[in-house]
Design a protein around this ligand. Structure first.
Ligand code: ZN
Length: 217
């Protein structure tokens, strides 16, 4: 099965990606991992991507698309794949479709894990990490035994800059702005399966199974 996974930060995409990949025996292809891999391997595209990342600018569509196509050409993608973090733009989506069409292939579904803005804000701003050992907590879902202190080392729990209300709101806005045209594009092709991501992890997994015509208990 050839799948694209969409979902805002905090929607639990990473967790579900691991499960989907195992269930369907297809590789989980995350753009972030791919960049790191290509840069480490020192491929031509990897060197190009590194230049953009080091200068702090966005990697252009053709570089990203090139990296993804390189990855999708490998034998382990013959039976399908789960794309995570790609496509991000309409241009990337069109390039992916054209590339697949050239190989007599097409996407089977686009899974869109949806969670309400208030819930996402609560999930993301509740994160705390231990200053000393890096252990992760959540004020609501995984609170420390003693407020403000790490269970394992007693270190101080802090909120990362990335998780403050202002930054989180901005990250969600950027995501929505970037993804809305993509969702519309895939809706036009009848590929979007909206998944209610506000449920617990197991229920989200079962919803994904149903959306793909399976029975994932
Ligand atoms: Zn600690």
């Amino acid at each position: 099965m050839r799948l694209v996974l969409l979902g805002p930060p905090g929607a639990g995409k990473g967790t579900q990606a691991v499960v989907i990949s195992k269930r369907l025996s297809i590789p989980h292809i995350s753009t972030g991992d791919m960049f790191r891999e290509a840069i480490k391997a020192g491929t031509a595209l990897g060197r190009q991507a590194e230049k953009f990342l080091q200068s702090g600018s966005l990697v252009p569509d053709d570089v990203t698309t090139g990296l993804v196509q390189e990855r999708l050409s490998r034998p382990d993608c013959q039976q399908g794949f789960l794309l995570d973090g790609f496509p991000r733009t309409l241009g990337q989506a069109e390039a992916l479709d054209a590339w697949l069409a050239g190989r007599d292939a097409r996407l089977d579904a686009v899974l869109d894990i949806a969670v309400g803005r208030e819930e996402l804000l609560q999930r993301l701003t509740g994160r705390r990490v231990c200053r000393r050992c890096g252990a992760a907590y959540h004020l609501q879902y995984n609170p420390p035994a003693k407020a403000g202190r790490c269970n394992s080392c007693g270190g101080e729990l802090i909120q990362r800059d990335d998780d403050t209300a202002t930054t989180v709101a901005r990250r969600l806005d950027v995501y929505n702005r970037q993804t809305a045209p993509l969702v519309a594009y895939y809706q036009g092709r009848g590929l979007v399966r909206e998944i209610d991501g506000s449920q617990d992890i197991g229920a989200v997994t079962r919803s994904i199974g149903r959306a793909l015509g399976g029975d994932w208990r």
